[in-house]
Design a protein around this ligand. Structure first.
Ligand code: XMP
Length: 512
């Protein structure tokens, strides 16, 4: 635990566990997500101020339902159960959970008992987000009902004496009108949190810790230009200055002008020790003729490590490796193993056994939005901090089938036009990821008086909050028309533009 005060979120496999954590942190309280298997002994040894039990896909009566350690209710630490967590609390303490005929789903009016500890300063009736089939039908001894809806006699219950609280609805979901107030009441009034999780103090403390750890030893960092590695590197730079060397492997599959932009910001603006390796030819020769997406990812991931190691060796003795790992990458989840759709090799993922004394991961405890706030605090330019996600293998997975320098150039030019127009239209903040794809489809067209047989570019734009699911962005037709005309007129060898109108699922965001 990195803070004086922290709350624990026990993950029972719900889709919203990370969202609960982000809401808690937005209220300036540090929290950690751990598997429901965490024992009461481990919990009490860490000294959490409160525990939140997440939702989950199971019924408490299911054969393999996750139950966790019942003793957690006896620790004297306040507990808030949400959805499945609420049912589990009721069931574990002697209440009754029943199955309904119909699922209660979506925005639902809920009536609150104004004397409920968590419902102070909220209206007596308001809309909450429900998503459940089972519900609590009888509360355990010592509990009282504090909220109800049409389909749910116990929408919330509490045992104030034991500081145990439960709610069937989701306070973490934005549609729950008073969700934030309810969570605040739990964190501040029940758990007694003071709210010491603030990004400026996080940055200052972390930079000091890095300084103490590294001393006058040497550290290297793989810089990709993405927000995570940029913020991580800058924190280390602020701590140890020129004892940090950043290695920027330009694999040639970056977007138009991106390599130069990264170099300019970090070398000129921040005066960092930066080595840029122009390795496009090396990567392209390894990728020649390769068509299978996972194979492309593997080649790029491995080659990246090779180039990085070669450069690191040239520097001589290096003690630490800095990485931009963020919290969602390290969360221990309660859910079972999900199917691997894509390996998501991130080219920043370096092996940890290459002779370093230690690993420096300044962002290990942060969510993406927190990383961005730290980046802005440290003076990283807005466009870089707000950069849309870009996959480690870069444009290699946006060119269907094999990659050639000519195809790369076509895609870079088309993509640059698309991005420029989205920014000019002021849509860059509302569309979470947008890019062009070279489809490997050639089709017949007519230009001037002649027949053409040229490439098809697909445009993809999505709105999403977590990149696990996504909707296609409703880009105005007039803007699509303008982009299409510009690409056809300005990019050679393209005669057709299509717009991808599939959500995720069933499609994925990237095409490969
Ligand atoms: P998909 O295509 O799986 O993408 O819906 C979800 C998010 O992940 C990014 N992505 C990757 N990121 N290495 C990465 O670092 C990869 O191999 C990779 N593949 C997909 C994608 O851009 C989107 O933001």
């Amino acid at each position: 635990m990195i803070q004086n005060e922290a709350v624990l979120i026990l993950d029972f496999g719900g889709q919203y566990s990370q969202l609960i954590a982000r809401r808690v942190r937005d209220l300036n309280v540090y929290c950690e997500i751990k598997s429901y298997k965490t024992t009461a002994q481990q919990i009490s040894a860490t000294g959490y101020k409160g525990i939140i039990l997440s939702g989950g896909p199971n019924s408490v009566y299911a054969e393999n339902a996750p139950v966790g350690d019942k003793m957690a209710f006896e620790l004297g630490i306040p507990v808030l159960g949400i959805c499945y967590g609420a049912q589990l609390m009721a069931y574990s303490l002697g209440g009754v959970v029943s199955s309904s005929e119909v699922r209660e789903y979506g925005k639902t009016p809920v009536e609150f008992d104004a004397s409920g500890t968590l419902f102070q300063n909220i209206q007596e009736e308001s809309v909450c987000w429900m998503s459940h089939t089972d519900h609590i039908s009888e509360v355990p001894a010592g509990f009282r009902i504090t909220a109800s809806s049409d389909a749910c006699p116990v929408a919330a219950m509490e045992n104030d004496e034991k500081r145990l609280y439960a709610m069937q609805f989701h306070p973490e979901v934005e549609h729950t009108v008073y969700g934030k107030e309810i969570l605040r009441n739990f964190l501040y009034n029940v758990c007694g949190c003071k709210g010491d999780w603030i990004m400026s103090s996080f940055a200052a403390t972390t930079i000091q810790n890095i300084k103490d750890t590294i001393g006058d030893k040497k550290v290297i960092c793989a810089l990709s230009g993405g927000v995570d590695s940029s913020v991580a590197a800058l924190m280390v730079h602020k701590a140890v200055g020129k004892n940090l060397t950043c290695i920027f492997v330009d694999h040639g599959m970056l977007r138009k002008n991106e390599g130069d932009d990264v170099e300019r910001v970090f070398r000129k603006q921040f005066d960092m020790n930066l080595i840029r390796v122009n390795a496009q030819e090396r990567f392209l020769s390894k990728l020649a003729g390769v068509v299978e997406p996972e194979h492309k990812r593997k080649i790029i991931g491995e080659e990246f490590i090779r180039v990085f190691e070669e450069e690191a060796k040239k520097i001589g003795q290096v003690d630490y490796l800095c990485q931009g790992t963020i919290y969602p990458d390290v969360v221990e989840s309660g859910a079972g193993d999900a199917a691997v759709i894509k390996s998501h090799h991130n080219v920043g993922g370096l092996p940890k056994d290459v002779g370093f004394t230690g690993l420096i991961e300044p962002l290990r405890d942060l969510f993406k939005d927190e990383v961005r706030r730290v980046g802005l605090e440290l003076g990283i330019p807005g466009p870089l901090v707000w950069r849309q996600p870009f996959p480690g293998p870069g444009l290699a997975i946006r060119i269907m089938r094999d990659i050639t320098p000519e195809k790369l150039e076509i895609l870079k030019d088309a993509d640059a036009i698309f991005r420029e127009e989205i920014v000019d239209a002021g849509l860059d903040k509302s569309i979470n990821q947008y890019f062009a794809v070279l489809t490997n489809i050639k089709s017949v067209g007519v230009m001037g008086d002649g027949r053409t047989y040229d490439n098809t570019i697909a445009l993809r734009g999505v709105t999403t909050s977590d990149f696990m699911t996504a909707d296609w962005a409703r880009i105005p037709y007039d803007l699509l028309e303008k982009i299409s005309n510009r690409i056809i007129n300005e990019v050679k060898c393209v005669n057709r533009i299509v717009y991808d109108i599939t959500s995720k699922p069933p499609a994925t965001i990237e095409w490969e």
